[in-house]
Design a protein around this ligand. Structure first.
Ligand SMILES: Cc1cc2nc3c(=O)[nH]c(=O)nc-3n(C[C@H](O)[C@H](O)[C@H](O)COP(=O)(O)OP(=O)(O)OC[C@H]3O[C@@H](n4cnc5c(N)ncnc54)[C@H](O)[C@@H]3O)c2cc1C
Length: 510
């Protein structure tokens, strides 16, 4: 920590997933002194392993979760406005099967979805006749009817990261690779024990502790107050496969399997399709969840049920798994995970005169910004004079694209960097928005960007990510801050590893 031992933070946030990072941004922007720690990298856990959709959750309508859907759809519009470089409209095709609800009912559901998103800038839903259309082309001939609707696709890890970057710009201290190992109340404050990756421990003081530990929320609560508390989570592993592009076109597919579960197939990183997800109940959080053979077979079988071309697990070039932490609202834990509420719950421990502990149970990527506002609302009694909400109207770093949007930024970059390839400029614009020019600096040619590590990743961007985005390892860079890992080979990865070691030696020596 750079502050003196005397610093008392207003808020110590445990967990730099989307909920912790979004809260750090909001709170720092309201003038609070914020410290946020994560035991791993920013977004190392669930917030880099989602399906990467900012969505209302069409299927939650089936559970009459209208409040959640409305909140999510409003956030969809807000996030498109504040992070237009990280979020784009994604059209989804739903092939209709006889096992689904009748077509008239689905049409009604989609009209309700559009209605709950009143004022949305996205295209409205429509019914489709599939044969002879590009949307029907990859599907088996039996699928003659379907629907199309819109949501947003995003980059979950970068969305989280840019919230942390923004928080730091607003004065928050961001400490990845730092674990909260315990905390105690003392003199109306929290004394928390933090442990760095090297095992060294330090203490810090905070007026309020926020437990945003996602799947570890119950464990962190136990470490702090000694018991699990009345609230519980259902932990459900969800896995994805990334395979070479399954079809031409920008549309995604929502495939409703005969078992009632939904599998998405979504265009991913230009040359790939993302297929997911599964639902495997877990008894405890797993630090490194992975897809298992049965899940991979399941995803491939659902694709095979709808698409003409069969898919087998060996076609996958990458896979990842994350853990949904679903708030257990009185559910006996036995029903389908799809049916468990995606609503979140905030609890506050601490009596009069005691420092409060606020814990976040559940939630979605989509609702993180609004969740942060609600957390600060709950904490108002301890934060007299708290400044008003602000985060809905201010771009995330790099998001100020202006009226001409990403296309305008690309034109501007092409004018300033005529000798760099359009593909590289496009990738940088998507990752960094208007900050792409800061990544490129004075470089005019690819040679001037330094060593190339494959997949359009150059030393200049790696240096930027180390200096401004807390990147340290190959994994941080190849799989979270970028997805260049999909396009690099062993040799290039080895060069990156050597480069990072060299940078570490220089930092240690300076
Ligand atoms: C398969 C899958 C698909 C999903 N798809 C979508 C989707 O398309 N759209 C959507 O809106 N939502 C989606 N979600 C839900 C969404 O991803 C999560 O709700 C969200 O990422 C949770 O964020 P979080 O910050 O609460 O948790 P996390 O991202 O898990 O962050 C918690 C952090 O706490 C840290 N931590 C834990 N213990 C400690 C400690 N003692 N000290 C320091 N740090 C600690 C962890 O390292 C971790 O980084 C999906 C989830 C899954 C699993």
């Amino acid at each position: 920590m750079t502050d003196s031992a005397e610093t008392v933070f207003d808020l110590l946030i445990v967990g730099a997933g989307i909920n912790g990072a979004g809260l750090a941004r909001d709170a720092a922007g309201r003038g609070l002194k914020v410290l946020i720690v994560d035991q791993g990298d920013i977004a190392a856990a669930t917030s880099s392993t989602s399906t990467k959709l900012i969505h209302g959750g069409l299927r939650y309508l089936e559970h009459y979760a209208f409040g959640l859907v409305r909140e999510s759809l409003a956030e969809r519009e807000t996030l498109l406005a504040i992070a237009p470089h990280l979020a784009h409209e994604q059209r989804f095709v739903i092939p209709h099967t006889p096992a689904q609800r009748p077509r008239w009912m689905i049409r009604l559901g989609l009209a309700l979805y559009d209605g709950l998103a009143s004022g949305s800038s996205l295209k409205r839903a429509e019914a489709l006749t599939l044969p002879g259309t590009p949307w029907g082309a990859p599907l088996r001939a039996e699928f003659t009817h379907g629907f199309a609707y819109s949501d947003l696709a995003t980059d979950d890890a970068r969305l989280t990261l840019l919230n942390a970057v923004s928080a730091a710009q607003l004065g928050a201290q961001v400490m990845p690779r730092t674990t909260l190992v315990g905390a105690r109340r003392e003199g109306g404050e929290w004394r928390a024990v933090l442990q760095g990756a090297d095992g060294a421990q330090q203490e810090c003081a905070a007026r309020i502790l926020v437990n945003a530990a996602g799947p570890w929320t119950v464990e962190v609560r136990k470490a702090i107050v000694g018991d699990a508390g009345p609230e519980s989570l259902r932990l459900v592993k969800g896995s994805h496969l990334v395979v070479p592009k399954l079809y031409e076109g920008n549309q995604a597919y929502l495939l409703q399997n005969d078992d009632g579960r939904i599998v998405f197939v979504i265009p991913f990183e230009d040359a790939f399709s993302l297929v997911g997800t599964t639902e495997v109940p877990l008894a405890a959080p797993d630090a490194a969840p992975q897809i298992d053979a049965a899940e991979a077979d399941y995803l491939c079988s659902v694709v095979g049920r709808f698409f003409q071309a069969p898919l087998v697990p060996s076609q996958a070039v990458w896979s990842y798994a994350g853990i949904r932490a679903l708030y257990n609202a009185g559910d006996d834990g036995k029903g389908s995970a799809s049916a468990v509420s995606r609503e979140y719950r905030l609890t506050v421990d601490g009596g009069a005169g005691e420092a409060p502990l606020l814990s976040i149970f559940g939630g979605k990527l989509t609702t993180y910004r609004h969740l942060a506002e609600r957390v600060l609302d709950r904490l108002k009694p301890w934060l007299p004079g708290l400044r008003p909400t602000w985060s809905a109207g201010v771009h995330l770093p790099g998001g100020g694209l202006g009226k001409s949007g990403l296309a305008g930024l690309l034109l501007e970059l092409a004018r300033r960097y005529p000798r760099l390839s359009p593909d590289l400029l496009h990738a940088l614009a998507r990752r960094h928005g208007t900050l792409a020019a800061r990544v490129l600096g004075q470089a005019q040619t690819e040679e001037e960007l330094g060593g190339h590590f494959g997949g359009g990743l150059y030393a200049a961007e790696v240096d930027y990510m180390i200096a401004h985005e807390w990147a340290r390892t190959e994994e941080d860079i190849l799989w979270r801050r970028t997805k260049c890992g999909l396009k690099t080979d062993e040799v290039a990865r080895g060069r990156l590893a050597d480069y990072l070691k060299m940078k570490e030696r220089i930092t240690a020596a300076s």
